[in-house]
Design a protein around this ligand. Structure first.
Ligand SMILES: *Cc1c(COP(=O)(O)O)cnc(C)c1O
Length: 336
């Protein structure tokens, strides 16, 4: 049984158009699980939005977007000599984060299009200022990937000197606020800013996204009854709801705290009896009320506790969920 994502198409598309209009130089990012929507849907949407460049995370993701999106394709993971080379090289822009990789790549393909990555405080990939300045070869700009924490203006401003020093006229950035971008653009009017956006584009209007599962079974529980793989006992009367969605979908991978020290139990007791029993909140909601896992989720289903006194759902009824879209596999994605 399934875990489904439903998108309110009109409002979602309105949000996309507004975001693109408000973000000059935008480069949509489609990577991983396609932000829960799937790479192919994002590729088609980027084409519809008229983006001239689409970024993917890895070379392996190129085939999923290449025949649905016709513009340039920027690969965000830096090229390495062991990277698989895409078949159609002309549309691909490689990210290069080490001087020796640039030489090796150009040996394979003298026409390879590249963006040079400058190391940032993230310390993920990138060249030092000196390495960047030493590069004489042709390139399509410098990339700086800033942390998510925000407040990136000062670092962005400092790294711009390296970009200018490298003779670049284009800088590819992420995680700068609109205000920070306006400021940097006014300080560097001759530089073209390309702005990589994933989350704030595809998932930036959460009210347009609904995740639902289905009630597969409902069982009455008397205090003391056993349930689940682990033979837990019900602490009080209520119902056990079996719903679609489990670890196979990326649901609730964190297990119950298991912390049964007196202190943890006291803290939990203050929050409620189910917390006190070492149970964890699930991402499932019934009538706006967050349900607890009866035990850790199974591969394709989850067992949830419904305390007495609440409306008991029908089999076949939908439950709503709040999930991390980038870490969830949906069985279906419907865009109205
Ligand atoms: C993933 C990624 C982005 C997009 O990040 P979001 O937070 O989803 O907008 C931008 N730049 C790089 C280099 C990335 O890897």
């Amino acid at each position: 049984m399934s875990l489904d994502l439903h998108v309110d198409g009109k409002r979602w598309r309105d949000h996309l158009v507004k975001t693109v209009e408000a973000t000059p130089g935008i480069v949509p990012v489609a990577k991983g699980n396609g932000y829960g929507l799937g790479l192919s849907k994002l590729a088609r949407r980027a084409q519809w939005l008229g983006a001239d460049t689409l970024a993917v995370g890895t070379y392996e993701e190129l085939p999923a977007v290449a025949d649905r999106y016709l513009g340039d394709l920027l690969v965000l993971t830096p090229w390495r000599p062991f990277s698989p080379l895409p078949l159609d090289l002309s549309r691909v822009i490689h990210t290069v984060s080490r001087p020796q990789d640039l030489a090796a790549l150009r040996e394979i393909d003298p026409h390879a299009r590249v963006v040079l990555e400058r190391m940032t405080s993230m310390r993920r990939h990138g060249m030092s200022a000196a390495e960047l300045w030493a590069i004489q070869a042709r390139h399509e700009g410098v990339s700086i990937h800033l942390p998510m924490a925000g407040g990136n203006y000062a670092e962005g401003r400092r790294l711009m000197d390296d970009v200018i020093g490298a003779g670049a006229t284009t800088v590819w950035v992420s995680h700068l606020t609109p205000d920070e971008l306006v400021r940097l653009r006014s300080e560097f009017p001759d530089v073209t800013f390309r702005v990589r956006v994933g989350t704030k584009l595809w998932l930036g209007a959460p009210e347009t996204l609904t995740v639902s599962a289905t009630v597969l079974d409902v069982h009455e529980l008397q205090r003391g009854d056993t349930f689940g793989y682990r033979g837990r006992h019900a602490l009080r009367n209520g119902h056990l709801i079996v719903a679609s969605g489990g670890t196979g979908h990326g649901i609730g991978l964190e297990a119950p705290t298991g912390d049964s020290s007196p202190r943890a139990r006291a803290a939990a007791a203050a929050r409620g009896a189910l917390d006190a029993a070492g149970l964890v909140r699930s991402p499932y909601f019934l009538d706006g009320r967050q349900l607890y896992f009866a035990e850790p989720p199974h591969m394709q289903a989850s067992q949830l506790l419904l305390p007495q006194g609440h409306r008991v759902p029908e089999i076949g009824e939908a439950l709503q969920l709040r999930v991390r879209h980038t870490a969830t596999s949906f069985d279906s994605v419907t865009i109205s």
